[in-house]
Design a protein around this ligand. Structure first.
Ligand code: IPE
Ligand code: IPE
Ligand code: MG
Length: 240
């Protein structure tokens, strides 16, 4: 059967939250001021998901390449993540949001990883919206880590290399429990993926919006979602 899909709302939306630094610069403030403003937006967009019919939201918070920024910015961001997770936990638990993290935790500090583990555990029975936060995440790094785990299974004799296909590898990705994103949004006018969900977004629709992330409102989110409804997705097939 030819798999095609036309759906009014995307089930899974992924967002590259970009433009915090420029937002701050435009106001003559340090970049971290923009990151704080950006973090405040997250709640609004998460809360908009159930009313918009979006079940899965995945947000790019920190990439494997973002370590190249100044030490002050990186440590400021790590502090912000810790503060944010601490202050949002209660609200997330009570509002039915299931939180997951993707990315490599190995380079993150213990206190942050503990907060991430706790939040995943505390929200594991929630099902209203599935929020996935990509933290120290890179698509290539994820595929490399998945390959390493798969190779271990092969060496242990538990996986036959002849049987390995795309579906096998996908089971080793950080996102193995999530559907692929239907729509990827990037704010701030940049039209690139920057190593986000490379494997998973093979057939996603893309929306690049000019708005800087700290200004990305619930209304603009709704407009982007409405635009998605008018697109025809073919998945490589010819529609009759
Ligand atoms: C996105 O905003 C947030 C992170 C990458 C952590 P930026 O910090 O990249 O903002 P711009 O692109 O410099 O404006
Ligand atoms: C992508 O934004 C990463 C996040 C939004 C967390 P960047 O600002 O790091 O991407 P580039 O450097 O413009 O490609
Ligand atoms: Mg940027």
């Amino acid at each position: 059967m030819v798999k095609t899909k036309r759906r009014a709302t995307p089930e899974h939306v992924a967002i590259i939250m970009d433009g915090n630094g420029r937002w701050a610069q435009a106001r003559g403030k340090p970049r971290l001021f923009g990151h704080h403003a950006g973090a405040k937006r997250v709640r609004e967009i998460v809360e908009a998901c159930p009313e918009q019919g979006v079940k899965y939201l995945t947000i790019f918070a920190f990439s494997t390449e973002n370590w190249k920024r100044t030490q002050a910015e990186v440590s400021g961001l790590m502090m912000l993540f810790k503060r944010y997770l601490t202050s949002e936990t209660k609200r997330l638990v009570e509002s039915g949001v299931r939180v997951r993290f993707i990315g490599d935790r190995i380079r993150l500090d213990d206190a942050l990883v503990t907060l991430m583990d706790e939040l995943e555990l505390l929200t594991c029975d929630n099902d209203l919206v599935h929020l996935t936060v990509a933290l120290n995440y890179g698509g290539r790094d994820e595929v490399a880590r998945a390959t390493k785990r798969l190779c271990r299974e092969v060496s242990a004799g538990r996986v036959d290399p002849e049987e390995v296909d795309a579906e096998t590898l996908a089971k080793f990705l950080d996102t193995y429990v999530l559907p692929d994103p239907d729509l990827v949004i990037r704010t701030s006018g940049e039209a690139r993926i920057s190593n986000f969900l490379l494997w998973q977004s093979a057939y996603s629709e893309y929306e690049f919006v000019e708005t800087l992330w700290p200004d990305f409102s619930r209304d603009e989110f709704a407009r982007v979602l409405a635009n998605f409804g008018s697109r025809e997705r073919r998945f490589g097939a010819v529609l009759g």
